[in-house]
Design a protein around this ligand. Structure first.
Ligand code: NAP
Length: 284
């Protein structure tokens, strides 16, 4: 079997076209959606990430504000900026790029963002909303994975999904979203003794580990859907995922590539969350 490629770039383009339409409709009603992105320090990877987020806003009709601060910014000053953005009616989403300098407590910062503007979905309240099936913002990467699975046309109802990884930003919310979609969910992690035992039973595998070749062909049930969240480098320095793509694509029915799978969906779902936030305000 050769798996169908789940093309995150193409799906992302389609969803972004819808985002642009929704942004234009909101703007016409006087509610131009706005995202504030805060970067503290000079981390090179973070600089690229925030630039891409701002660029994506600009290209799709959202208003964006990029606030860059020196690594010496105090925690109190950062919290004061978040407070001001919480009160700013032109801003519907606030994102603080991680990691923060060591003297700033990331939990304090995330919890300072108003839940109504927590478009990253990282706060304890947003996590609680997800657990309780309440409307709220879903963390962008797992939300994007759900869209990728949906795009295959396969219903998750009654399927067995195995999530590898249990981070607060990817693995755990991913498992909850799959559960909400009526899958039976198993979560594996570094203390799982026999990972292959679990993955071989899965109709859907989501790998979010950060170690290449974590999932190989012999670990996959024929016909399974495989979503690869991992971002690693191979021996040639090229970007690769957690899944041995060449081998697993001979067994799975559908698979995401790296790059071009989950990656493009993450910023797209950030735009979607910001639009949803602005639509909630406009509906009041
Ligand atoms: P993380 O916080 O480091 O979590 C990794 C998880 O993998 C942990 O729960 C860990 O278990 C588990 N794990 C480690 N070794 C394992 C093993 N041998 N078998 C089974 N589970 C194992 O990472 P993350 O933030 O969730 O990210 C995971 C990967 O996704 C990374 O490569 C990251 O770069 C990538 N990522 C990509 C995007 C994107 O947009 N494409 C977005 C976010 C993350 P323990 O909990 O027991 O330690």
């Amino acid at each position: 079997m050769t798996a169908q490629l789940i093309d995150g770039t193409a799906l992302s383009k389609q969803i972004r076209a819808e985002v642009a339409q929704r942004a234009a409709a909101l703007t016409a009603r006087g509610h131009k959606p706005g995202l504030a992105v805060i970067l503290v320090g000079e981390d090179p990877a973070s600089q690229v990430y925030v630039r891409n987020k701002v660029k994506a806003c600009e290209e799709h009709g959202l208003h964006s504000v990029l606030e860059k601060y020196d690594a010496t910014l105090s925690e109190a000053d950062l919290l004061a900026r978040i407070d001001a953005l919480n009160k700013d009616a032109s801003i519907h989403g606030i994102l603080v790029q991680m990691p923060l300098p060591k003297h700033i407590d990331p939990t304090k910062v995330i919890e300072a963002i108003a839940t109504t503007k927590d478009v990253d979905g990282y706060s304890v309240l947003s996590a609680g909303e997800l657990v309780a099936n309440l409307p709220g913002f879903r963390p962008c990467t797992p939300y994007g994975c759900m869209k990728l699975i949906e795009s295959t046309g396969v219903s998750l109802k009654g399927k067995h999904a195995v999530v590898i990884g249990r981070s607060n930003t990817v693995g755990k919310p991913m498992a909850l979203l799959l559960l909400q979609a009526n899958a039976t969910v198993t979560i594996c992690h570094s203390a799982t003794p026999d990972l292959a035992y679990h993955t071989r039973q899965a109709d859907v595998i989501v790998a979010a580990v950060g170690r290449r070749d974590t999932v190989t062909a012999g670990m996959v049930k024929p016909g399974a859907i495989v979503i690869d969240v991992g971002m690693n480098r191979n021996d040639e320095g090229k970007l690769c995922g957690d899944v041995d793509f060449a081998g697993v694509s001979q067994v799975a029915s559908a698979i995401t590539p790296v790059p071009g799978g989950v990656g493009p969906m993450t910023i797209t779902m950030l735009l979607v969350n910001t639009i949803e936030s602005a639509e909630r305000v406009a509906a009041k």
